[in-house]
Design a protein around this ligand. Structure first.
Ligand SMILES: [Fe+2]
Length: 505
């Protein structure tokens, strides 16, 4: 393994930090690494695994003004690239405006999710709430061969090189980027059309917008999506012809909001509403459907089935867990992040475009979230969802569950006690012939070995365990969202003789 330290950022976090989301498996990194020819600890790197696994991570560098929330940390992108039976690794902080300003100031300048906006040092800021730091630490997608990182409560999108993880600047969509509201956590890329679909939201009417960026990177479509008030949608879905947005009954308490207090509350008597919009449709073309009240953090996929739109996502059985019986103060404070408390289960909604009827059903008893599919079936009927299983009481993943939605069968892989994974992406094998013909990739934080590994599973035989396990240069912080980009989607990938040359370009 060829390893080099290429950067080190200033951290002012105290050595005796006791916050569980800044220590242990969430201990942040300050070092940026280049590593080539990753050491294979177990198995062998499949020669038909070709492309890059990208993972975003919240990685704080300074104490919060008062209360740190794990969504506040600065973004760091990890890249594990596979080509010709070899693998490389890069990690880089995303050079956001906020992160650079705080490096200069040697302190936090903006108020986090668990803080009041007027605690912020700076008057400006990002996020639907405003006066937050856009850490760009939530998701990462690849559009037109370039990675884009996002912030969970709407912000800029940062362009990141998918080989070197270097920040290339802010995405501007050829002048069309809606900087005043930003873009929400999960912009969606349709690899079949080259489009990117997104929404944003805010505290002023119409409270939501929906947009489409075309294959030339122009903002080709942008419409109002009027809502009854400020909402907190996190994810969306799309089919071949429709986009699906949501207005869910978990939102800031309107009375408290008048006093600038942003406290999400479940409005249990209010239905969940889903907006189905023709992908280039107007506001007047929106069809709303009502369903059982819940909150959904992530959807897995959607597709058309005759007159119906089918939407699969993770229904929360208890979006507002009470915390009774939780004795640990940190577990109680962050119970909203634990999958077992939220009771997140894969769920299917069917919206009939002709009759307006809604049918919904729980697809499994198993608790999981952060579901990924084979990207080639995005917006098409899918059979498999690969999701994370959670550690009871904590925002940590301890394994992968493969849900077979045709048979109801489930297959899982447990990473082991003290080993935590990230969102597991599905990488179709080169020349793939079936939906589960490929690999599942995750990065682990292994507290037993004080190390991190990139673990690759066979998507068709998940419970068999790793096909290969590769050592990373240091233990990385636990993190969540990830994506896979095949080498065939990456413009520079096949213009060079080796992956290392592609990185160096
Ligand atoms: Fe998310």
């Amino acid at each position: 393994m060829d390893i080099e330290v290429v950067g080190k950022l200033l951290s002012t976090l105290p050595a005796d930090d006791d916050h569980p989301y800044r220590t242990g498996p969430w201990r942040p990194q300050t070092t940026e690494w280049d590593a080539d020819d990753l050491q294979v600890i177990e198995g062998a790197i499949p020669p038909d695994l070709d492309g890059v696994y990208l993972r975003n991570t919240e990685n704080p560098l300074h104490p919060a003004i008062k209360n740190y929330h794990p969504f506040d940390g600065d973004g760091m992108i990890h890249v594990v690239g596979f080509r010709d039976g070899k693998a490389f690794y890069r990690n880089r902080f995303i050079r956001t405006d906020g992160m650079l300003a705080e490096q200069e100031a040697r302190q936090s300048l903006w108020a986090g999710m668990a803080e009041m906006p007027d605690w912020a040092v700076r008057e400006d800021g990002w996020g639907a709430r405003r006066r937050m730091k856009d850490a760009s630490s939530t998701d990462v997608v690849v559009h037109r061969g370039r990675a884009l990182t996002s912030f969970w409560m709407c912000g800029d999108l940062y362009r990141v090189d998918p080989f070197s993880a270097r920040t290339l600047g802010k995405e501007d969509w050829n002048g069309g980027f809606p900087y005043h509201l930003g873009v929400s956590a999960h912009p969606k890329v349709d690899d079949h059309t080259g489009e990117l679909l997104f929404f944003n939201y805010g505290k002023d009417a119409p409270y939501m917008h929906y947009g489409v960026v075309d294959e030339h990177n122009d903002l080709a479509h942008y419409i109002d999506v009027p809502l009854p008030g400020p909402r907190m949608p996190h994810d969306m879905a799309f089919t071949e012809n429709y986009a699906i947005l949501n207005d869910l009954p978990m939102f800031w308490d309107p009375e408290l909001l008048k006093h600038d207090i942003h406290l999400p509350k479940l409005h249990a008597d209010t239905p969940a509403r889903f907006a189905v919009i023709p992908r280039r449709g107007q506001t007047s073309d929106i069809t709303w459907f009502e369903a059982d009240p819940t909150y959904v953090l992530h959807f897995a996929n959607a597709y058309e089935d005759g007159d119906e739109i089918v939407l699969d996502g993770f229904y929360q059985g208890d979006p507002e867990p009470g915390g009774e019986g939780i004795t640990d103060k940190w577990q109680k404070a962050f119970r909203y992040l634990a999958l077992d408390h939220l009771q997140t289960r894969l769920h299917r909604w069917r919206f009939n475009m002709v009759t307006g009827a809604v049918r919904e059903e729980q697809l499994t008893d198993t608790i999981s979230e952060f579901g990924m599919i084979n990207g080639s079936v995005t917006a098409r009927p899918h059979r498999y969802v690969y999701a994370a299983s959670g550690v009871d009481g904590w925002f940590l993943f301890n394994g992968v569950v493969k849900h077979d939605l045709r048979t109801g069968a489930e297959e899982s892989f447990f990473l082991g006690d003290g080993v935590y994974g990230s969102e597991t992406s599905m990488a179709p094998r080169v020349g793939s012939s079936g939906e589960d013909d490929g690999y599942l990739i995750t990065i682990t934080t292994d507290m037993n070995d004080d190390a991190s590994y990139c673990v690759v599973l066979d998507a068709a035989r998940v419970s068999d365990g790793p096909v290969c396990k590769l050592r990373l240069p240091e233990r990385v912080s636990s993190g969540t969202h990830s994506t896979w980009a095949a080498g065939s989607e990456l413009r520079r990938w096949h213009e060079t003789d080796t992956a290392a040359a592609a990185v160096g370009l």
